[in-house]
Ligand binder design. Structure first.
Ligand code: 13P
Length: 261
């Protein structure tokens, strides 16, 4: 049996969070230190303004901090942008790339996402590359072909598998309270696992496949139990430490369940 990668429970705060909200990160850190995430790795990606302060809070613990995007260049005349090296310098160890909100608002292409993933790995960051179909794509039976094209275009050639995570986020499930059926999640993740194995020749099994889109404490156990789901990328529910840790707690029960009686 192949080794299952360590699950990842990642929070994407999006454009939310002020200094006054750092207490939520302290609460998550304390819960992680207390072992409440079981065998899962826990990551919070706050807005760029909070990364350095969040990294200070997480310092010396297993809690990881990440950015929400970066450019592929390491520096230069790119007003308002941020590089992978800058994220790393601020204390981040992860970066989310190609989130559908960025693909939609800024026209980020698969090629741009791939270039950013390469620069992230060079800076020592792990990239979480997001893929996912629109409702129209799903209704038209194009979900697999859309996601397949995104994987083909966004995954770097010969990536460092330890520095790459893929997140399947159906766009219609983000922030809507809607989720695909467990069968649909499992089918897409099985497809992605096969595509990643085909595209990445060496040790592709180490690349974690997350599900994102309306993950909540009430549905997390079911979604995380779906075949080939190695964790979650969580938006709204990650803003509250209790909700976020209730989701991560799925992996505590998982660990306990595996302890022989
Ligand atoms: P929600 O969990 O709020 O649906 O957001 C998902 C998401 O976009 C995470 O990147």
């Amino acid at each position: 049996m192949s080794r299952r990668p360590q699950p990842l429970v990642a929070g994407n705060w999006k454009m939310n969070g002020l200094i006054a909200d750092l207490g939520e990160i302290e609460a998550v850190r304390d819960a992680v230190v207390a072992g409440r995430a079981g065998r899962a790795e826990v990551l919070i990606c706050p807005p760029a303004t909070l990364i350095a302060a969040a990294a200070k809070i997480a310092q010396g613990t297993a809690l990881k901090i990440g950015g929400q995007t970066c450019r592929s260049e390491s520096c230069g005349a790119h007003t308002g942008d941020i590089s992978a090296a800058m994220l790393r310098d601020a204390g981040a160890s992860y970066v989310i790339l190609g989130h559908s909100e960025r693909r939609a608002s800024y026209g980020e292409t698969n090629a741009a996402v791939r270039a950013r993933a390469v620069s992230a790995a060079q800076a020592g960051l792990t990239a979480i590359i997001c893929v996912g179909e629109t409702k129209a794509d799903r209704d038209a039976g194009r979900a697999f072909s859309v996601v397949g094209r995104q994987l083909l275009g966004s995954i770097p050639v010969n990536p460092d598998v330890e520095r790459l995570v893929i997140a399947y986020e159906p766009i219609w499930a983000i922030g809507t309270g809607l989720t695909p059926t467990i069968q649909d999640v499992a089918a897409m993740h099985r497809f992605m696992r096969a595509e990643v194995d085909r595209l990445v020749h060496s040790d592709a099994g180490a690349i974690r496949l997350l599900y994102g889109g309306s993950v909540r404490p009430r549905n997390a156990a079911e979604l995380m139990a779906a075949e080939h789901v190695d964790g979650a990328l969580i938006g709204g529910a990650s803003l509250d430490a209790d909700d976020f840790m209730a989701i991560a707690n799925v992996y505590l029960r998982d660990a306990e369940a595996k302890v022989p009686a």
